[in-house]
Design a protein around this ligand. Sequence first.
Ligand code: G3P
Length: 217
Amino acid sequence: MKIFIDSGNLKEIESLVPLGIIDGITTNPSLMAKEGGDYKEILKKICGIVKGPTSAEVVATEASEMIREGRELAALDDHIVVKVPFTREGVKACKALSSEGKKVNVTLIFSAAQALLAAKVGATFVSPFVGRLDDISTSGMNLIQEIVEIFENYQFTTEVLVASTRSPMHIVEAARLGADICTCPASLIEQLFKHPLTDIGLEKFLKDWEKAQAARV
Ligand code: G3P
C-alpha cells in the first residue's frame, strides 16, 4: 500500500521523504491556506522533493472553470494530479480532464455510489474521507470495503486513496482491506513508527552491549 503525506508544509515533507516510505502527496485548500507564499511555487517545490503524484485542488465550482484551473495546475509539473470535489460539476470536469490525459483525484467522497460515478468518468484516484465519517458515527472503513469490492468487480483502474486518516488503525485496516493508498498527516506517519516495546528492547540491547564492552577492559 502506498503512503502519501497529507500536507502542504515543505518542512514536514522534507523531513519525511528521505525515509523512503513516501509515495506521493495530497494537498487541499485548507492545508495550502496555512502556508505562506505563492501556492503554485510551493506546489512546484513539493513536486521536486516528492517526485510522485502531487494532488493540487481546484477552487472553482463550475465545470468549465474547474477545467481551466485544472489545466493550469497540471502545466506546473508532470507530477501534478488535479483534485476536484465530488459534485455534478466536478464529475463533468473529471470526465473532460481525464479524457485529455490528465490525472484526476476526485475528493470529498462519502459514499460508494459517489466513488462508482467518479471511476466511471476516469478518475485516477478517489478520496473517501474515513475520519469525517467516523466523526458522525458512521464507519469510514465500511465505505473503503465497499469501494474496494466494487472496483474489483468491474476491474476499474481507479485507485482508492483513503483520506481523512486520524489513527494508525485507519492505516492498518485500510491495508487489510486492500486500499491502494493512505494519505496521512505528518503526525500520523510519525505515530506509525512508535511502539514502546521497540524502545524498551533497543535500550536493553544497547545497555547489555555496553556492559559487555566494559567487562572486557
Ligand atoms: O485528506 C483530507 C484531509 O486533509 C481531511 O482530513 O482530518 O480534516 O478530516 P480531516
